[in-house]
Design a protein around this ligand. Sequence first.
Ligand SMILES: *Cc1c(COP(=O)(O)O)cnc(C)c1O
Length: 356
Amino acid sequence: MYGQIRFERNPHLKTKPGIQDDLGFGRIFTDHMLVLDYEEGQGWHDPRIIPYAPLSYDPAAMIFHYGQAVFEGLKAFRTESGEIQIFRPDQNAKRLNRSSERLNMPPIDETFIVNAIQELVRVDADWVPSKQGASLYIRPFVIATEAGLGVRPSSRYSFVVIMSPVGAYYEEGLQPVKILVESHYARAVHGGTGGAKAAGNYAASLKAQVLAKEHDCAQVLWLDAIDKKSLEEVGSMNVFFKIGGEVITPSLSGSILEGITRKSIIHLLSDWGIPVTERRISIDEIVQAYENGTLEEAFGTGTAAVVSPIGSLLWQDTPMVINNGEIGELVHKLYDTITGIQYGRIADKHGWMVTC
Ligand SMILES: *Cc1c(COP(=O)(O)O)cnc(C)c1O
């Protein structure tokens, strides 16, 4: 598909971070990147792995003005035996195309996406950290590159994949976080772009995130845009609650991003025979469960952290402390299982891992 991937080796390889270096998240980038171009009439063409370098586009390129951009996030892991494997890249490829469809951008062959990512990881394989908990974060994205100020879909695009070695999300083990229930700003609306991993969704969320930090909260819990009642997501993670033995996560209403971690967790819970329901859940129901003592656990889910236990929810200036602010048993088991599969310590029964 799209022809052989051309390879131009970087003549100036960077110094790789050492095992003791603090990698942080998304601050360091590998030696190469993948680029694929699109032009109306010609389709996707000229796939190439080239030295990591600044991209250059016309100042009138549509990405700078009308925000036609979607992205993905996935990780490659080094197992104890030294092999490199990627977590569910086929799912990211599918979702990238679903996001593109919403923004009227052209789809990319999903097999090509997965193969191209594998090839890029192989080229920069030495960048996959071997330190416990560290991984190689992979960031594919598509941007509109046609120069022109008329408001219409671009006729040119670039698909780019960059990669960054990242440290363990939890340097000192899982840490419960404080979350602000956001009652003014909204992240997404029905019929909007909330179901797509669109760059603009993030631009719209930053203000609330900053306000949450001012309240000493790590993130916001988004409510639906109309009634400000139904729970949607926590920051850029999906959200789960365990109430009276049942695990509940908001159903995919169109304004919620369909997380691959979310999907994997629903799968694991079903395997374990733990009741898990996708349905509408309101903040009132959470308050009620909190008051009658049935709110057992709450956590966010996403690629970066896998799971993030919620220690307390700040709602109308009153904190609701969950599970004494401690890490729940279920969130712990989910974390250990998913990271176990990712690092090859636990058998991959579902065929989620793709070797490089
Ligand atoms: C990426 C993302 C998630 C998590 O998805 P994963 O596939 O699990 O990483 C959740 N919510 C939003 C808004 C996101 O952008």
